[in-house]
Design a protein around this ligand. Structure first.
Ligand code: ZN
Ligand code: ZN
Length: 126
C-alpha cells in the first residue's frame, strides 16, 4: 500500500535579506555625496541631485533593478516630454545603454542647464 503524503508542506520562509530598502540612502559614484532615497517629484530617485550621476541598475522599467551591469551612468542630454516634463538621458559608461529618467525636484539646476545648453555639435565628429 502506497504511503500517503501527510500534506504538511514546508512553509516558505519569508525573504528577509532584501537589499533594496526604499528608506535607504545611497552614495553617489560620481561625487561621493550621500543621497537620500526620497526625492521630491518622483517615485524613486535613481540619480545624484548634485552631479546627476546614476548607476546602471534598472532594466527596461525604471526602478525594476533588473540590470546586472552596475556601470556608472552619466547625464548625456536632456529631453522634454510632450507633457512638459524634463527627462535626463543617461548613458552607461560600461555598456553604452541609454535610459531616460525623470528630473527630481531637487536636482542641481545649474548642472541641468549646463547639459541643456551644451552644443550638440561638440559631440559630433566633424
Ligand atoms: Zn553625485
Ligand atoms: Zn551598463
Amino acid at each position: 500500500m502506497p504511503r500517503r503524503n501527510p500534506g504538511r508542506g514546508v512553509p516558505q520562509r519569508a525573504k528577509d535579506n532584501r537589499r533594496d530598502n526604499p528608506g535607504d540612502a545611497f552614495r553617489c559614484v560620481g561625487c561621493r555625496l550621500d543621497v537620500p532615497f526620497y526625492a521630491p517629484g518622483t517615485a524613486h530617485r535613481n540619480h545624484c541631485p548634485n552631479c546627476l550621476t546614476s548607476l546602471h541598475v534598472d532594466g527596461r522599467i525604471p526602478g525594476d533593478r533588473r540590470a546586472t551591469c552596475r556601470g556608472r551612468m552619466v547625464a548625456l542630454s536632456l529631453s522634454v516630454r510632450p507633457d512638459g516634463e524634463w527627462m535626463i538621458i543617461h548613458s552607461c559608461v560600461a555598456c553604452g545603454e541609454l535610459s531616460a529618467n525623470r528630473v527630481a525636484g531637487d536636482d542641481n539646476a545649474l548642472v541641468l542647464l549646463r547639459i541643456a545648453l551644451r552644443p550638440l555639435a561638440s559631440r559630433l565628429p566633424i
